[in-house]
Ligand binder design. Structure first.
Ligand code: ADP
Ligand code: ZN
Length: 719
């Protein structure tokens, strides 16, 4: 027997399989969809078996071993990979790799001596207090106490000899293979009944179980979309099937998981905060059929469930469903593919559907379902604070109106959420003499000042430097613009003794830090939760009665055709955090653009009017949903090369596309990131056929070009 193997050649994009002979003793275990180790050149590599057929050894090399005891890429996943390859123009290997947890990816350049992955755990039968540990031993034990199971390699860097001693003394056990890192806390199960509006939605979907069909559930915040999902899933499970629920980023919405756990048992949760081992364990449980529901962020759409009865994409407008690097896929497209494969409905749910999707629903491409009432309370009262008038009076970034309301709520022992879409202290530093703005040496971006660490940081490449005392011209450096750090400082100056917790990328780098902050806020250890968009979604705190948007202008001024839409969504989402309990909620939006339609319709909670106005603008400017977009970025460390190749590509496209509009080539925004110069071409088209072949040809030309990189993005969420 022989087999075709797709080999992982460490990012050399040869999308070719190579044929190997299967030695007799491996014939039974070497099947399609498993990883095998094969010789290639002077080294060994891993790859996926894509086909097995009859054939003689002749001059073929033998596969060395079969890596897996079970199939990793089943028939459906193999097909999905090919679908991604075609629709995103990425290498097939990059698609399969994106679909699997790290532990199951094909590794390149396997060392000749095979190292099996070893997992370590503490021996529960040993009383740790009877040992005297040295420093590094203590470190190792502490990590294991916290993480339960850790890969041996991950602990060896602390001290190989200490680790060896602990293993020798049987304090640590090697290869705790079957010890599952269980984060399953079992909650007491609760059930509930749907109200009549929810029941209508439920009935519509139920009538379509067993049919591949996409629903758009437009349900205002607090209307009980999650409850409806749960009830439908209950029925799906009763019929012996499984469900996938996608959420924007799970570490941000621990509450939704709790709600599912209070109704179901066999749940797997997949998110980016899981350790290597945890991800692997959850994947295995799903693959073995031990799970009815998979909840997770984008890549959970690839969960190896074999009998899917429903797929839900919550907050479907979220741009986190689009992967920003290769393969640039959208999980919603994969969801449609799987809905088709399994003949099951797909529900896209949102309080502010993506304009494109609402348009599809109005054209009956999707079936529109609506929930237009909050379940148990009234929507919050939203008002606009015109900063053109208030800013001078304010002596800071917090208007007097907002400040008074905050004080009022704190006096009543209620809590406040404040939202600002920018972290750090001040947006940039500029010299008061020569006007120079301090920029990142690697990027065409100003550095953000972080006061607590007295550092300037690049939010694109991570570059950091100590804040200089003066400009190079000896002029004084002034701070411009706001970030969460500065707002916190201003609050602490203006409200004596106020207890504020900040939640942004800078305060949530550690594992579980999101949960810890939110739990502390829940326990009322803090009066104000201040954060970036990571606080906008899914939070449900009954005691929060006031939400303040510190500046609606940051997202509004973003140079992107979705800027108004994003602003509308953000305001709606943060507003939804207010008044979830008995007391009527209130929302204040600070802005210098009080009459902008995105702001006015946000205030009136009027999605439909926003949709209509936005559609007119999209039509006039030729943006989605009137046109599809394809973005090509030409990237290189060599400026002349980028310019040259951008022109070449532009010329080629001009000649070879028909029925499509080309913008550019022009400099991308930002022009330089991580020392790489970037140009961009945007194609607007109505039918993919009019551009696909031309774009594919270009992509093939640049596949193995080491100097110039081409990033192709169909249907980008942002330009
Ligand atoms: P959405 O996801 O649409 O914003 P949620 O699902 O979070 O809304 O519902 C808002 C609140 O109303 C939640 O606290 C939820 O538990 C409650 N709720 C909604 N529907 C029901 C129901 N049928 N029975 C009991 N509680 C419900
Ligand atoms: Zn940078």
């Amino acid at each position: 027997m022989i087999c075709d193997v797709l080999v992982e050649l460490a990012h050399v994009f040869i999308d070719k399989t190579f044929t190997y002979h299967i030695p007799q003793e491996l014939v039974n275990s070497c099947v399609v969809g498993k990883r095998v180790e094969v010789p290639f050149g002077s080294k060994n590599y891993e790859g996926f078996v894509l086909s097995v057929r009859c054939g003689e050894k002749e001059d073929l090399k033998d596969i060395i071993r079969v890596v897996d005891d079970y199939v990793i890429l089943n028939k459906e996943l193999l097909e999905i990979g090919k679908y991604l390859q075609k629709t995103t123009l990425s290498s097939l290997m990059s698609c399969y790799q994106a679909m699997l947890p790290l532990a199951l990816k094909a590794k390149s350049k396997v060392k000749k001596t095979v190292v099996y992955e070893k997992f370590l755990s503490l021996n529960n039968d040993v009383d740790l207090s009877t040992f005297k540990f040295n420093d590094s031993q203590k470190k190792i034990v502490d990590i294991l106490l916290k993480e339960k199971v850790v890969k041996k390699q991950d602990l060896e860097f602390i001290s190989k000899s200490s680790l060896a001693t602990l293993i020798k003394k049987k304090i640590i056990l090697v290869d705790a293979k079957e010890l599952r890192s269980s984060n399953d806390l079992v909650l007491e199960k609760k059930d509930f009944v749907l109200n009549s509006e929810q029941l209508k939605v439920y009935d519509e979907v139920l009538a379509s179980l067993g049919v591949s069909k996409t629903f758009l559930l437009y349900g205002v915040t607090g209307s009980g979309k999650t409850n409806v999902y749960m009830k439908i899933i209950q029925e799906v499970i009763r019929r012996g099937k499984q469900a996938i629920v996608l959420v924007p980023e799970i570490s941000l919405t621990p509450q939704i998981i709790m709600r599912f756990r209070s109704m179901f048992d066999r749940i797997a949760v997949l998110h980016s905060n899981l350790s290597y081992r945890e991800k692997y364990d959850e994947w295995r449980r799903i693959n073995e059929g031990d799970v009815d529901i998979v909840i997770g962020a984008r890549s959970a759409i690839f969960a190896p469930l074999s009998n899917i009865g429903l797929i839900v994409v919550d907050e479907e407008h979220s741009n986190t469903y689009k992967q920003e690097n290769t393969p640039r896929y959208n999980a919603i497209d994969v969801a449609k593919y799987r809905s088709n494969y399994h003949n099951c409905p797909l529900i896209l749910g949102s309080a502010t559907p993506l304009i494109d999707d609402y348009a599809r629903a109005l054209k009956n491409v999707y079936q529109l379902l609506t929930l237009d009432k909050r379940y148990n309370n009234k929507p919050p009262v939203i008002s606009i604070v015109d900063m053109n008038k208030e800013f001078k009076k304010a002596n800071g970034y917090l208007s007097n109106v907002l400040l008074e309301k905050i004080k009022d709520r704190l006096a009543k022992d209620e809590q406040v959420i404040l939202f600002l879409n920018r972290r750090g202290y001040s947006n940039f530093l500029s010299c008061s003499e020569c006007g120079k703005v301090i920029k990142c040496p690697n990027c065409d971006i100003s550095l953000t000042y972080h006061k607590s660490s007295n550092m300037l940081r690049c939010h694109y490449c991570g570059y950091a430097m100590k804040r200089p005392l003066l400009c190079s011209c000896k002029g004084e450096l002034k701070e411009f613009g706001i970030g969460t750090e500065k707002v916190k400082e201003e609050l602490e100056e203006k409200i004596a003794g106020v207890k504020i917790v900040r939640m942004d990328v800078d305060t949530t780098t550690r594992k579980n830090s999101h949960e810890k902050i939110l739990e502390a806020f829940q326990r009322k250890e803090y009066q104000i939760l201040l954060g970036t968009q990571m606080i906008a979604k899914g939070l449900d705190f009954e005691n929060v009665t006031l939400v303040g948007v510190i500046s609606a202008d940051i997202s509004l001024n973003f140079p992107d055709f979705r800027a108004s839409e994003t602003t509308f969504q953000l305001i709606n989402q943060v507003a939804g955090r207010s008044g979830r309990g008995k007391v009527l909620g209130e929302v204040l939006i600070q802005t210098f653009n009080p009459s902008h339609y995105a702001i006015v319709y946000s205030k009136n909670n009027d999605y439909l009017s926003f949709y209509n106005d936005e559609m007119k603008i999209r039509k006039k400017l030729g943006y989605p949903p009137y046109y599809f977009l394809c973005s090509l970025k030409i990237v290189s460390t060599d400026y002349e090369e980028v310019k040259l190749h951008s022109k070449k590509i532009g010329d080629y496209l001009n000649k070879n596309i028909n029925d499509a509009i080309m913008l550019g080539p022009s400099v991308a925004n930002p022009f330089k990131v991580n020392n790489k110069y970037r140009f961009q071409i945007i194609l607007k088209y109505k039918k993919i056929d009019s551009i696909y072949e031309a774009v594919k040809n270009i992509q093939e030309l640049y596949f193995s070009n080491k100097k110039v990189m081409l990033e192709i993005d169909f249907n980008p969420m942002k330009l």
